[in-house]
Design a protein around this ligand. Sequence first.
Ligand SMILES: Nc1nc2c(c(=O)[nH]1)N=C([C@H](O)[C@H](O)COP(=O)(O)OP(=O)(O)OP(=O)(O)O)CN2
Ligand SMILES: [Zn+2]
Length: 124
Amino acid sequence: MYRLTVKGSFSAAHRLPDHPSPCSRLHGHNWEVAVTVIGEELGPDGMLLDFAVLKQILREVLAKLDHQYLNELPPFGKEFPPTAENLARYIYHEVAARLASYSAVTLQEVRVGESPSAWVVYTP
Ligand SMILES: Nc1nc2c(c(=O)[nH]1)N=C([C@H](O)[C@H](O)COP(=O)(O)OP(=O)(O)OP(=O)(O)O)CN2
Ligand SMILES: [Zn+2]
């Protein structure tokens, strides 16, 4: 079994309206994101999946979030607030859809960190 991870980041604004803290006010984070794929078989190039391919997919997905006000960016909103948990779940499904044609790999998890001391891992 091989497990391969690439990292990316995006900067955006959000608020958590129901959170009983300053998080209910508008503020921003530099979110750090790591996506991990797994697989058993290497291609003839000796790779599970070229890092460059996965980095490009992650860049595409994070570009939609970068420098946005997340509360007003679908699918986020009152019913799906832009917490680290919901961001990880959203990113997971966006990356998984783009990996559908790469049959040798399965997306295992997406990690989203709001800061170096706080992060979430989503695994469906
Ligand atoms: N489980 C989660 N908890 C919190 C989330 C989240 O997405 N999932 N988000 C927040 C807010 O975004 C808040 O802005 C960040 O809070 P926190 O990490 O506590 O940041 P602080 O800078 O306030 O923390 P200190 O390390 O104490 O300075 C809150 N919780
Ligand atoms: Zn926040």
